[in-house]
Design a protein around this ligand. Structure first.
Ligand code: HEM
Ligand SMILES: *[C@@H]1O[C@H](CO)[C@@H](O)[C@H](O)[C@H]1NC(C)=O
Ligand SMILES: *[C@@H]1O[C@H](CO)[C@@H](O)[C@H](O)[C@H]1NC(C)=O
Ligand SMILES: *[C@@H]1O[C@H](CO)[C@@H](O)[C@H](O)[C@H]1NC(C)=O
Ligand SMILES: *[C@@H]1O[C@H](CO)[C@@H](O)[C@H](O)[C@H]1NC(C)=O
Length: 321
């Protein structure tokens, strides 16, 4: 009696585990294999045309994914427009007049909907677009775990509090990533995303006028277009990688060794602290950087996804169904 009841319990537990795995289980690289086999071809082709007309877009799409995942998890919350009394994340400080690529995501969604309607989440489209943006600018490629669903909410306060500022110290950066389950090594590898793309004067002004750990020639050059006056040339752009802003390579780390990080937060990774050795490693070992970047991107893509029946598959990425 006792043993058959124990067996019953075990069966019940096994079934419970199975059903909870279906509802909350891991993402899978083959999630859309039968429901939308053309998905990845479509995403890559739209990202590829977007980059052909604006090379920077590869960087912008990579950043969009980071700013999605760090706020409520990778749930496409960043894509929701402010409508009526609904306040989204687009106007949060780290995002407003800065995050780009919303139109590209909408174009991908339209193309995907035309091929397999109502099946693919906006959150997965953002994850695939970030991978393709990285790869099309010369970075690594990888299989993206899929099966995320879209949020029905967004949170501007969380976007303001959880996305790290460019004024952050190393310990603040390590804590901010640690809060999302990412290690200091993940943080340093993911920061290598700053091998592509640009930043606005208002985000590096303090560094080029007030930091001591900056190459003087580099600072002087940047000061010639980014004056030390708030409100003047605030949006003038400089490459995050002083050499090749449109190529995903490991120059970012070599720049840090020369005190040529553009953001204060960049140079914090190589300023006598715990990440110095890893920065040196990546600067001379692009294979190690690429491998660790991919690992960390997959980890970042796993931040609190909505799966199973949670959330929804938005019909329009900008609004809740
Ligand atoms: C470590 C903490 C980080 C801080 C403080 C930070 C901060 C910033 C800032 C201030 C900008 C410039 C925005 C502007 O001036 O409009 C920027 C750009 C960018 N960030 Fe980060 N970031 C961080 C980590 C990351 C991560 C983890 C990724 C992706 C994996 C990423 C990808 C990018 C890209 C690609 C750009 C250029 C975007 C474009 O040109 O459109 N960043 N970041
Ligand atoms: C979806 O796209 C694939 C690849 O482009 C194509 O072969 C297929 O016919 C399309 N299906 C629909 C329903 O549009
Ligand atoms: C603002 O940027 C322009 C264009 O790069 C530059 O020519 C000008 O000198 C800058 N203004 C100041 C006050 O630095
Ligand atoms: C560099 O990083 C790679 C990958 O993480 C690791 O295998 C290697 O031991 C590291 N090398 C050094 C010198 O730290
Ligand atoms: C998606 O929703 C936004 C916001 O309501 C709207 O402006 C846009 O036209 C919609 N897009 C499509 C394709 O319906």
């Amino acid at each position: 009696m006792a043993s058959s009841s124990a067996t019953g319990h075990c069966l019940f537990l096994a079934l419970l585990l199975l059903s909870s795995a279906a509802a909350y289980g891991q993402l899978s690289t083959s999630f859309y294999a039968t429901s939308c086999p053309a998905l990845e071809t479509i995403v890559r082709s739209v990202v590829s045309s977007a980059i052909a007309s604006d090379t920077r877009m590869g960087a912008s799409l990579l950043r969009l994914f980071f700013h999605d995942c760090f706020v409520q998890g990778c749930d496409a919350s960043i894509l929701l427009d402010d409508v009526g009394t609904f306040v989204g994340e687009k106007t949060a400080f780290p995002n407003v007049n800065s995050v780009r690529g919303y139109d590209v995501i909408n174009n991908i969604k339209a193309a995907v909907e035309a091929n397999c309607s109502g099946v693919v989440s906006c959150a997965d489209i953002v994850a695939l677009a970030a991978r393709d943006g990285t790869n099309l600018l010369g970075g690594p490629t990888w299989s993206v775990p899929l099966g995320r669903r879209d949020s029905t909410t967004a949170n501007r306060n969380l976007a303001n509090s959880d996305l790290p500022s460019p004024a952050s110290s190393l310990s603040t950066l390590i804590t901010a990533f640690g809060n999302k389950g990412l290690s200091a090594q993940d943080m340093t590898a993911l920061s290598g995303a700053h091998t592509i793309g640009f930043a606005q004067c208002q985000n590096y002004r303090n560094r080029i006028y007030n930091d001591n750990n900056i190459n003087q020639q580099f600072a002087k050059q940047l000061r010639s277009t980014c004056p030390n006056t708030q409100g003047t040339n605030d949006t003038i752009l400089a490459g995050l990688d002083v050499q090749t802003q449109l190529t995903f390579d490991n120059d970012y780390y070599g720049n840090l060794l020369k005190n040529k990080g553009l953001l204060h937060s960049d140079q914090e990774l190589y300023n006598g602290g715990s990440q110095d050795a890893l920065v040196k490693n990546y600067s001379s070992n692009s294979a190690a950087f690429f491998a660790d970047f991919v690992t960390a991107m997959i980890k970042m893509g796993n931040i609190s996804p909505l799966t199973g029946t949670a959330g929804q598959i938005r019909a329009n990425c900008s609004v809740v169904n």
